[in-house]
Design a protein around this ligand. Structure first.
Ligand code: NOJ
Length: 668
């Protein structure tokens, strides 16, 4: 070989070594619009890596993938055996949701790898116009079980983002979200929302979490990593081959309306597993609930017991007269007496009412007034006991005509059949799935409090309708810090709500609480109405007491009219942590609803009505803050007015501090 040729070969080898990916093992998949490319390659030593390029610019630098198993490392030592691509374009109909029809359009790349140990692992990448996803697929192989100690999916941001997050150990995910530069963040729960250096946005989360630990994100400079919520033994996941991990996805958009409109998470979940889901119906409900949180009623039996037959009938009468489909009752069953000193060796009875609750009579009354009962199962975190009586508990409710049950796990570490485990561990995830699947057999929908963070499972199990996993309204009744700041509700649509419907419980109409006087809902009345549009939940609770609603029938009219199932949803404008304006069209109807909310800053905003049908005229019923409304001094000042509008109009709306507005647009 000539000297010059030798030099050239050496040079090329050097270049190849310096490159993050070895050229021969590099393959890529592009989004259908061609703006986004996900490139996969094996770096030196067979380390699987990917990078992401958007509009020709690297957004995520080469980032490694892999696992640490109990008996070996799957972080290097791979060879590429095969890679194949396919395209997918399908529009599917949701049982309920923010949109009736969802388009799933993506290109897929599957890389088949073999580890030097013989373990086979595929990585599946999907490129969407608004982001990308990947998951690990361990196909059928000789080795039949895998013990995962940690997962090494990473995301090396090319430029430092600002990250909205809550700390990973936050009990029940009930914290205020905060923003910090990535390099200043500590381990955070998934999801996180990112403000990117180029003005764009990202949302990072997982989809289809069914038998695996919930993920969290670690931060090291610009590199984000994965931390799986472990079993108490330290193991992350016990798996039998074949299996697929949940999807890891990143939504990437230029602006917030596109971020909020992304349906990547639902598209990554499996289609509906319930053959005939016609029994699953979105509804609004009130409940024997706020009184307990405010301290004027008790869950346990006694002189101020909330869930009595008499009270329930009173609530049902109000619901029947005011267009509310159901009433929740908490504290109807034996087991609440030790609540204040709760420990998980005690348990609740799920088929034994307190003596002042007549379930048969209430089932009969429910039929006669046409208002459903929303059942309640607080487990106190004793998931093992709950599983042991699950069938009887759901059969009991079904026999009494109950179609929706709120579940709860108030204990930081739940007792599962596998011992005491984090509710976000693989053991906890299995428990929640078992509850959803069992409830489906009894035609019961679930509103899960203290859940594992939702990941879009409602596509497969649409009876999983709503969940908590948020610092909800209840904190405003008793939080030692006096209640959530006004900003909180303007952060949630871009963070927690991106992971799925939330049972936040809007609708406070009375801002005084003499029993716990230092607490406060930091909101005006108009802001509470706006939340019914801004916050999506197909089981939507109006949380206040009927007596408070009866005092303000004009304002309650909006809660009466607003739907909780939508044909289309559009973020009209907003800034994370400042304000939000959302428009939604009633499912199967012509009418639109717009909700606006602001933080502690009073502000004005234009609502451009270009989403209305051209040539049609609409009656706009506007519920807005009075000129001097503000959450602290004047929360009740509400103006209700009507005007004719068309798609060419713009409504100029003013919101007081902690204020908002709600607009109903009725097609004429
Ligand atoms: C916490 C839930 O979030 C709340 O809604 C419920 O009232 C209590 N647990 C009691 O189950």
């Amino acid at each position: 070989m000539k000297n010059s040729t030798m030099k050239r070969i050496l040079y090329l080898m050097l270049v190849a070594l310096c490159m993050s990916f070895t050229a021969c093992h590099r393959t890529e998949v592009c989004s259908p619009d061609g703006r986004l490319a996900v490139r996969f390659g094996l770096a030196a030593d067979g380390v699987p890596q990917y990078e992401v390029v958007r509009d020709g610019k690297t957004v995520i630098e080469p980032s490694s993938l892999g696992f640490e198993l109990a008996d070996m490392s799957l972080r290097a030592g791979f060879r590429l055996c095969d890679s194949r691509q396919s395209s997918h374009d399908e529009t599917w109909e949701t049982v309920w949701g923010e949109e009736r029809l969802i388009r799933d359009r993506h290109n897929e790349l599957i890389v088949s790898l073999e580890h030097e140990s013989g373990v086979k692992m595929n990585i599946i990448f999907r490129a969407f116009n608004d982001g990308f996803a990947f998951c690990y697929d361990f196909p059928e192989q000789e080795r039949d079980s895998i013990v995962i100690m940690s997962e090494h999916s990473s995301y090396c941001w090319a430029q430092e983002p600002q990250v909205w997050s809550i700390p990973w150990r936050t009990e029940y995910y009930e914290a205020l979200w905060s923003k910090a530069a990535a390099s200043a963040c500590d381990t955070a729960c998934s999801p996180v929302t990112l403000e990117l250096a180029d003005g764009g946005f990202a949302f990072m989360h997982e989809a289809a979490l069914t038998d695996y630990p919930a993920q969290n994100y670690t931060f090291n400079g610009l590199e984000m990593g994965t931390y799986l919520t472990p079993w108490q033994s330290g193991v992350a996941a016990y798996k039998a081959t074949p299996f697929m991990t949940p999807w890891r996805f990143v939504i990437l958009t230029d602006n917030l309306p596109d971020l909020v409109a992304s349906r990547i998470m639902l598209n990554l979940n499996e289609p509906c597993a319930i053959e005939d889901p016609s029994w699953i119906r979105p509804m609004k409900f009130i409940g024997i609930w706020w009184g307990m949180h405010q301290g004027s009623m008790t869950w346990y039996a006694g002189p101020i017991h909330g869930a009595t037959t008499e009270n329930m009938k009173r609530y049902m009468d109000f619901a029947a007269q005011n267009g509310i489909q159901a009433v929740l009752a908490e504290g109807w069953n034996v087991g609440w007496d030790g609540w204040s000193t709760w420990d998980d060796t005690k348990h609740f009875e799920f088929t034994t009412p307190y003596p002042d609750w007549d379930m048969d009579e209430l089932a009969r009354y429910s039929d006669s007034v046409g208002v459903e009962i929303v059942g309640h199962h607080e487990t106190g975190g004793n998931a093992a006991h709950y599983e042991s009586v699950l069938d009887e508990a759901y059969a009991y409710y079904q026999a009494h005509g109950v179609h929706a049950v709120k579940t709860g796990y108030v204990y930081p570490i739940i007792t599962t059949v596998d011992g005491k485990q984090f509710n976000r561990s693989q053991s906890g995830v299995r428990h929640y799935r078992k509850v959803i699947e069992t409830a489906a057999r009894y035609h019961i929908c679930i509103d899960n409090h203290e859940p594992v963070m939702p990941t879009g499972l409602q596509r497969t199990w649409p009876n999983l309708m709503s969940q908590e996993g948020v610092r909800g309204q209840e904190w405003n009744a008793w939080a030692k810090d006096g209640g959530s700041p006004c900003e909180h509700v303007t952060v949630l649509p871009f963070t927690r709500f991106m992971a799925g419907p939330v049972d936040y419980t809007p609708g406070v109409f009375n801002f005084e609480n003499p029993i716990i006087p230092d607490t406060r809902v930091h909101s005006t009345l108009a802001n509470q109405l706006g939340l019914f549009v801004v916050f999506y939940s197909p089981l939507q609770m109006a949380c206040d007491l009927p007596e408070n609603y009866r005092k303000r029938p004009e304002a309650f009219r909006f809660i009466h009219d607003v739907p909780c199932d939508w044909e289309h949803s559009r973020l009209l404008s907003g800034v994370i942590g400042d304000y939000v304006v959302m428009a939604r069209q009633e499912r199967g109807g012509d009418d639109w609803y717009v909700g606006g909310i602001t933080d502690e800053q009073a502000r004005e905003t234009d609502v451009v009505l270009d989403f209305l049908d051209k040539g049609a005229s609409y009656k706009a019923v506007i519920y807005r803050d009075g000129a001097l409304a503000d959450w602290e001094r004047n929360p009740y000042s509400l103006i209700i007015e009507e005007q004719e509008v068309t798609e060419g109009d713009t409504l100029h709306m003013a919101m007081g501090a902690g204020g908002g507005f709600a607009i109903q647009l009725v097609k004429q």
